[in-house]
Write a protein that binds this ligand. Structure first.
Ligand SMILES: CC(C)(COP(=O)(O)OP(=O)(O)OC[C@H]1O[C@@H](n2cnc3c(N)ncnc32)[C@H](O)[C@@H]1OP(=O)(O)O)[C@@H](O)C(=O)NCCC(=O)NCCS
Length: 182
């Protein structure tokens, strides 16, 4: 498996994975909207996993906001692996690549959210060094069943860099807007 920065020809495969990867247990907007919208206004990286010449998964990590006071925090915004390629280590490799990128960009912390109805993803994040930092109880109701929204974090001081990371896909001007938290 190769991990590399996204290339222009990859977006079709990414869209295909995005269409097949999600479920009501993993996406609170399932059936209402598409999941992945690439970040264009903040430093970010989209990394793909390629096996046998095929993109089988992707992850996007970006600066969380443009606020100067928030400059040390990145956000793992989206990760998905094609259903046929799961439980083969692709998701873990992508998550570790996103961590590498974030530390390479001098972020100190990475945050993400995951639904409590998605324990597979939570287990993957924990295997990569994320921990649960906060929980919004009963945030979503899926088919009549309440699900919590979990906030997870990974800290650079606890999970050091493994190797050099890819450079950002998009470079944004420093601290130009006062956009609020996502
Ligand atoms: C979550 C997701 C990215 C995991 O990708 P993956 O390639 O299957 O994950 P990996 O094979 O690297 O597994 C890494 C670890 O995650 C955990 N894990 C992953 N899938 C699991 C499952 N179905 N059941 C239990 N644990 C699981 C395990 O701890 C696993 O380590 P192990 O194989 O050594 O036991 C994939 O299931 C996916 O695309 N899901 C839909 C999209 C999604 O939920 N994204 C996250 C939204 S927050």
């Amino acid at each position: 498996m190769q991990l590399r920065e996204v290339e222009p020809g990859d977006w079709g495969a990414i869209a295909e994975i995005d269409e097949t990867a999600w479920s009501p247990e993993s996406d609170p907007g399932y059936g209402v909207r598409g999941v992945f919208r690439p970040t264009s206004d903040l430093p970010s990286a989209t990394i793909v996993a390629v096996t046998e010449g095929r993109v089988v998964g992707f992850v996007e990590c970006a600066r969380r906001t443009s606020n100067p006071c928030n400059r040390d925090v990145a956000r793992l915004r989206c990760i998905a692996v094609h259903p046929e390629w799961r439980r083969k280590g692709v998701g873990r490799a992508l998550t570790l690549a996103a961590i590498d990128w974030a530390w390479g960009q001098s972020f100190e912390k990475i945050v993400l959210t995951v639904m409590s109805s998605n324990p597979e993803a939570k287990a993957m994040y924990e295997a990569c060094g994320f921990f649960e930092e906060a929980r919004l109880r009963g945030e979503f109701v899926v088919d009549g069943v309440a699900s919590d929204d979990l906030f997870m974090a990974c800290l650079r001081r606890l999970v050091p860099a493994r190797r050099s990371a890819p450079s950002p896909t998009h470079a944004a001007p420093e601290d130009v807007s006062q956009e609020g938290s996502t």
